[in-house]
Design a protein around this ligand. Structure first.
Ligand code: HEM
Length: 123
């Protein structure tokens, strides 16, 4: 039986599973591995804090996502398909592992941020 996302340990499980999918994904994987050449040891803890802050209001996240994605777009153009696919993968990863109020919340928040980011970055 699946449980809800209860704490940061659950967020770590979710984020790790998501980027495992992302790395080998044929639509957006190259943006991480070839274009941005992400340093995963650095990036993953940032993402744990980002989602921990969104769900549990820890105040731990200090990044600048809009700037990072604008820079990425300058290196290799981002399109609506990329954002839609990112969101689809995120939702699938959440649904594969968790269910409950927080699981629903983290999907809605991702969808909203993705739309906002898409408008700010590619329009
Ligand atoms: C087209 C879809 C997306 C792509 C290809 C993408 C890719 C990336 C890449 C390459 C980085 C930089 C990693 C580095 O530091 O080198 C990054 C950072 C990040 N992304 Fe995305 N991303 C996408 C959508 C999203 C969405 C929808 C969200 C949130 C819901 C998100 C949240 C973040 C955050 C919080 C960071 C860290 C920013 C920072 O370090 O200041 N991304 N992303």
């Amino acid at each position: 039986m699946k449980t809800d996302i209860k704490n940061k340990d659950d967020i770590i499980v979710l984020v790790d599973a998501f980027y495992l999918k992302v790395k080998s994904d044929s639509t957006i994987g190259y943006l991480f591995t070839e274009v941005a050449m992400v340093n995963w040891q650095k990036h993953l803890p940032i993402m744990y804090d980002f989602w921990d802050n969104i769900l549990f209001h820890t105040g731990n996240f200090e990044g600048n996502p809009m700037l990072k994605h604008r820079m990425l777009d300058q290196k290799s153009r981002l399109a609506e398909t990329h954002f839609k696919h990112w969101t689809k993968l995120w939702k699938k990863t959440v649904d594969d592992l968790f269910e409950g109020e927080n699981a629903d919340e983290i999907k809605v928040r991702a969808e909203n941020i993705s739309k906002l980011m898409m408008n700010k970055v590619i329009s």
